[in-house]
Design a protein around this ligand. Structure first.
Ligand code: ZN
Length: 211
């Protein structure tokens, strides 16, 4: 299995060991590492990109316990330098962390967050009805989420075995394997673009200010 360093560390570069590098039919190479800083696609987030040695990491996927780094060229087995590209990592972490804040706000209004999709341009959190529902309107959610951002709530992480939980400030921590900003202020201004109801589910769509 690949050791997932990104679960406990925010660093974007490190030394690791290339265990294998296999050519594929589409001309890319699948690289396995002993330990990785690259967050694979999943949990509603796109993957990190960057470099392993001289090779560009185009995308990262997971296959069971293994993390597969899809590279544009071969890398030799042995020690290698990993570099995660900072700008996409930060954008994905901001979008994903905003999802936590919106999920928490929905829950304070009596809703239950059931799904999150945090890709640029299509980010949303999906809720189902709970008890004592209060209406979710774009204005209300936008005001409440930007209060959470302005409060610059520090991220806290707990590890229970391999289960990692993430929360911001006094908010409850949720099991999550994604990448997060270190405090809610880093998310920046959040715009709620629309709130859509369909088949008993409410989707809250959001976007972030350019940085
Ligand atoms: Zn998360």
């Amino acid at each position: 299995m690949t050791q997932r360093l990104y679960l406990q560390r925010d660093e974007l570069d490190a030394q690791s060991t290339v265990i294998s590098c296999a050519p594929t039919d589409d001309g890319t190479y699948h690289v396995m590492l002993s330990a990785t800083l690259f967050h694979p696609q999943g949990g509603g987030q796109p993957s990190d990109v960057g470099t392993i040695g001289e090779a560009n990491v185009i995308r990262v996927t997971q296959d069971g316990e293994q993390v597969i780094h899809v590279c544009d060229r071969a890398v030799p087995v042995g020690e290698a330098h990993l570099q995660v590209l900072p700008a996409p990592r930060l954008l994905h972490a901001r979008l994903h962390s905003a999802g936590h804040l919106i999920g928490y706000i929905g829950e304070t209004l009596g809703w239950r967050a059931v799904k999150g999709h945090h890709w640029p341009g299509e980010a949303r959190v999906v809720f189902e009805g709970g008890e004592a529902l209060q209406p979710m309107t774009p204005d209300v959610i936008e005001r409440l989420v930007n209060e959470q951002v302005a409060g610059d709530l520090p991220r806290h992480t707990t590890l229970e075995g391999s289960l990692r939980k993430i929360g911001f400030g006094p908010q409850p921590a949720y099991p999550c394997g994604g990448t997060h900003v270190t405090s809610s202020g880093v998310v920046g201004k959040v715009t709620i673009s629309k709130v859509k109801e369909k088949k008993g589910q409410v989707s809250v769509h959001y976007a972030l200010a350019e940085q």
